[in-house]
Design a protein around this ligand. Structure first.
Ligand SMILES: [Fe+2]
Ligand SMILES: [Fe+2]
Length: 272
């Protein structure tokens, strides 16, 4: 499967793509794409495996799924793509639960330092490995593409053993990409980073009993700014105005999530 163009997209390519995506959002019929409905079933075989083998990753993925779909609706991105891609974006972690800090139920556990090049490869390749699993199970291309691009070319945040640190250069800790090439991929990347960042903040900082919208938005905005500064939205024109609306929507969603309120009833996929 070839997803990436063979030459880097020109300014015109990116502009044309952006215009197409915007138009596609405007004229998209209100009925959901039937191809996605079967894959949004929480009892799908892969969703069950995720829940049983890596409950922590399942919890994270469920939040990313709801968060991405909710924010996607704000800028007329494809909600169903975001809902399904969010749920399965880390599916390959089910095959290596010990390597991923959030995979178990105890999300407060410290990450185990990575001690071999093979382990490092499994972590850095998890977007491509997840995409391959979804391809094998017949998921639509839009989902596979978003999953493959969800870490872009960001730097992974993992700890290495002292021995590994001596041998591994900084550039070897970068995810291999590709960068997001659609608005859905861009939103999935932000939703994934936002969920992880808020979780990390809660574990390591003072967390207010009742977090305000502004407090959560501040953390989300830092995440979005870092991703933009790391040039993750260069292959696809994901405008600052869209990003701002997405961040606002995410802050609204996450505040309600942390306050135990119903966050998601307005963006559940329609019943068959
Ligand atoms: Fe991931
Ligand atoms: Fe993730």
């Amino acid at each position: 499967m070839s997803i990436r163009p063979t030459r880097p997209p020109s300014w015109y390519d990116r502009f044309a793509r952006s215009a197409y995506e915007t138009l596609r959002g405007k004229i998209r019929p209100s009925s959901p794409d039937q191809r996605f409905l079967a894959f949004s079933d929480p009892n799908h075989r892969l969703a069950r495996e995720l829940r049983i083998k890596v409950p922590g990753t399942h919890r994270h993925s469920t939040v990313v799924s709801g968060l991405g779909a909710y924010a996607g609706r704000e800028i007329e991105a494809d909600e169903l793509v975001l809902r399904v891609a969010g749920l399965f974006h880390d599916i390959s972690k089910k095959d290596a639960p010990r390597l991923f800090v959030e995979a178990g139920l105890g999300s407060r556990q410290l990450p185990r330092p990575i001690g071999t090049v093979e382990e490092l490869r499994i972590i850095l390749d998890h977007p491509a490995l997840s995409a391959a699993i979804l391809q094998k199970h017949g998921f639509p291309l839009e989902i596979i593409q978003a999953v493959r691009e969800h870490h872009g070319t960001t730097r992974s945040r993992l700890s290495l053993t002292p021995e590994m640190r001596r041998h591994i250069g900084e550039h070897e800790l970068i995810y291999p990409g590709p960068k997001p090439s659609t608005r859905e991929s861009s939103i999935l990347m932000i939703a994934d980073s936002v969920e992880a960042a808020l979780n990390h903040y809660r574990r390591t900082n003072d967390w207010p009993a009742v977090p305000t919208h502004e407090f959560i938005l501040g953390i989300i905005h830092r995440v979005g700014t870092e991703l933009r500064a790391a040039a993750q939205f260069d292959d696809y024109v994901f405008g600052r105005f869209d990003q701002q609306r997405v961040e606002e929507a995410m802050a609204k969603f996450m505040r309600r999530y942390y306050c135990g309120l119903d966050v998601d009833s307005s963006s559940k996929p329609p019943m068959k």
